[in-house]
Design a protein around this ligand. Sequence first.
Ligand code: TXA
Ligand code: MG
Length: 321
Amino acid sequence: MKNDANNIERAVKILRAGGLVAFPTETVYGLGADAQKSDAVLRIFQVKKRPAFDPLIVHVASIEQAESLAHFTREAELLAERFWPGPLTLVLPRRSVIPDIVTSGLPHVGLRLPSHTLARQLLEASGLALAAPSANPFGYISPTRAEHVQASLGDSIELILDGGECQCGIESSIVSFHDGEVSLLRYGAVKGEELEEALGRSIPYQKQSSPDRPEAPGRLTKHYAPRTPLYFDPDQALLASLSSEEKASSGLLAFQEAELDFGCTEVLSSEGSLEAAAKRLFAAMRKLDQAGLKSIYAQRFPDQGLGRAINDRLKRASISA
Ligand code: TXA
Ligand code: MG
C-alpha cells in the first residue's frame, strides 16, 4: 500500500477514476479525491466517518485555478499572493462548479494552494482540484507521516504517497471572507500576526456559531483527540501533588523542559522553538497515546505565533473540551 515519491502517475490514474489517494502537504497528510466527483468525495466522508456538515478544503495548483472555483476579493488576493503556495486556507464565495457535498451545502468554499513538492506535482499532473481533509479518522490526531495514515486508513484507500515527515506539522490557518468581513476561523501554520500585518488590520477570531452545525471546522470543540484522557494546562500544584505511582502511569507533554518525573515525557523543543514544537506535536500526542498511560498532562505553550495554534489543538484534545 505504501508508495514512494515516484508514484504520481499511478495516483493521477486513481484520482481520475474516482479513487482516494493520501498525499503529504507541508501541514499534515491529506486524503484526496477529485473535488468535482461527488461519489469520490462521498467516500472521503465515509472512510473518515466524518459528519456531512463538516466541509472539505479544496486544493489547487495555481491562483488562476482557485479563481475558477471561487470569487476573490482584493484582500483575499493579497493573502493568496503573499502566502500561497503555503499553509493558508481562504474561505470564499464559491462558483457553481463545486458540488454541494464538498462545502456541506455552504455558499462558501475553502481553498488552499499547498507548497509541498509532492502535493504540487500531484495537483499539476492531474489538473484536478482535490478535496482533501486531513487523512485521519474523524476526531483523531492528524497524521504527519505516511505511517500514521497507513495505520488508521491504509486498508480503506487506494494509495498513500509517502513524503516523509510534514514540515509544519499543524494544519493550515483558515481565513474567511463572508460578505466582505474578514475573520480567522482556525489558528494554524501561518501566524495570525503575519496575516494581520499583510492586511494592515486586525483579523478577529470567529467563535463557533453552533455546536451542531459549526460553520467552520476543526472548530468542533472536541477534536484532534487521543484516546487517553488529556488534561490541558494543569496547574503546577496539581502536578506536584501526584503520587509517584500516579506519575509513573501518566505522560507529560512539555514545551522546553520537564522538571517532573513522569512515566513518559515528550519535550517538544528544548531550544524553545514554537516551529519545531508544532512540527512534533501530533507525533508526540500519538506516542503518548500509545504508551498505555492512564492520563496525559499537556502544558500550555506561549500564547503567540504558532503557540496559539498549538494551544488550540491541545485544548480541543483535552477531556474538558
Ligand atoms: O492543513 C490543512 O488545512 C489540511 C491539509 C490536508 O491541507 N487539511 C485540513 O482539512 O486540515 P480538515 O478537513 O481536517 O480541516 C478543514 C477545516 C474543516 O474543519 C472545515 O470545517 C473547514 O476547514 N472548512 C472547510 N471548508 C469550509 C467552508 N466552506 N466554510 C467554513 N469552514 C470550512
Ligand atoms: Mg482534520
